[in-house]
Design a protein around this ligand. Structure first.
Ligand SMILES: Nc1nc2c(ncn2[C@@H]2O[C@H](COP(=O)(O)OP(=O)(O)OP(=O)(O)O)[C@@H](O)[C@H]2O)c(=O)[nH]1
Ligand SMILES: [Mg+2]
Length: 335
């Protein structure tokens, strides 16, 4: 797998370069901000092997099934596929393992699950800085995403945690579209005893952010938009840009791969800074959404694991997620 570096001013532009050169199925293995923009390291997926002649049929007339995984990796691949992980990500993990000391030609190497989890963990970029009050990029954080994914709830969880750490915070909502949205968030803000304001326009947002400039953190709620509502995106993008907001994309962990593609296609032009996978507790196969994040090299900040505010929010741990995918013990993968 040939790795290439791509640099551009914004992450979407860098990813566009990646897609242009390595194709739609490019495997992004690293993204990081640089002084001038973003660096993405990506690889072109290896071409499918040339068509082989049909295999002989067995006595019952059926062609024997070919496994696409090495025998040693097969049980792990089975579990991770049930978990929802894509073949692209699994292939990257298997390839990386081929260069190690583990036995892949037959199942049973006890070191394999933990090593596989370490490789997968290296592919999952996390973003603990989303909760770091000293990280200037995330000081003004807008929660964006499709309808009903848990943006307002996640905002309340993050705000509650920031408040508990003693940070000075304010909450602003841009969601004047849905009936009762303002009241929903005002109730959270009142409970936490933090300032709350409604912004109807980009100018309002700029003014309110200026008013709250002494705050350590400002959380901005936005209206849920279907990824198909292309008209709404430029307005949202303009407003968030005017406010200099970082964008935390909330995506339900049970979202299917193709729907994830549509969500990212709609929201990436906004400049997604990190992703929170919400409703992790509601799905048995969070791997499709996880793989969509990993394949794009986007950082994962949190997992929403329930409705309780602020308790049901976990800071994403690459090791724990990788162990869940391969059903191994989290503690064992610590270096
Ligand atoms: N099980 C579970 N439910 C969640 C989670 N996050 C949010 N919810 C629930 O999902 C529902 C919708 O949450 P909201 O926070 O209103 O979602 P939203 O994205 O702000 O919705 P809109 O503003 O209408 O687009 C509520 O019932 C929340 O309690 C989560 O991590 N797990
Ligand atoms: Mg909402």
């Amino acid at each position: 797998m040939l790795l290439k570096r791509f640099e551009a001013k914004t992450l979407p532009k860098a990813l566009e370069l990646v897609r242009g050169e390595c194709g739609e199925n490019a495997l992004v293995v690293e993204t990081r901000p640089t002084r001038t923009g973003f660096l993405v390291v990506a690889a072109r997926p290896e071409p499918a092997p040339a068509a082989t002649p049909p295999r002989p049929r067995d006595q019952a007339g059926a062609t024997p099934l070919l496994s696409r995984w090495t025998r040693g990796f097969q049980p792990l691949a089975d579990h991770a596929t049930d978990f929802g992980l894509s073949a692209t990500v699994l292939r990257a993990v298997e390839r990386a393992l081929l260069g190690t000391r583990v036995e892949l030609s037959r199942p049973g190497d006890p070191a394999l699950p933990q090593l596989a989890a370490r490789v997968l963990a290296a592919l999952v970029h996390t973003a603990p800085e989303v909760e770091d009050a000293t990280a200037a990029r995330f000081r003004t954080l807008a929660l964006v995403g499709p309808t009903g994914v848990g943006k307002t709830t996640t905002l309340a969880k993050l705000a509650g945690r920031a408040r508990a750490r003693g940070e000075r915070i304010a909450i602003i909502t841009l969601d004047t579209y849905r009936v009762a949205a303002v009241e929903q968030l005002r109730a959270f803000a009142d409970l936490m005893d933090v300032p709350f304001a409604v912004a109807f326009t980009a100018t309002d947002l700029r003014r309110l952010l200026h008013e709250h400039r002494v705050c350590d953190r400002v959380f901005v709620d936005t209206t849920g938009r279907s990824p198909r509502d292309r008209d709404a995106m430029p307005v949202l993008e303009g407003t968030l840009r005017a406010g200099g907001c970082a964008a935390l994309l909330c995506l339900a962990a049970g979202t299917r791969a193709r729907d994830c593609d549509a969500v990212f296609a709609a929201y990436e032009p906004l400049g997604v800074d990190a992703v929170c996978l919400t409703k992790w507790d509601e799905t048995v196969a969070p791997g499709e959404a996880l793989a969509a994040v990993v394949e794009r090299g986007l950082p994962l900040s949190h997992l929403g694991i329930g409705q309780e505010v602020p308790a049901d929010l976990l800071v994403a741990s690459a090791e724990q997620i990788a162990c869940a995918a391969f059903a191994c013990e989290p503690t064992a993968v610590q270096p």
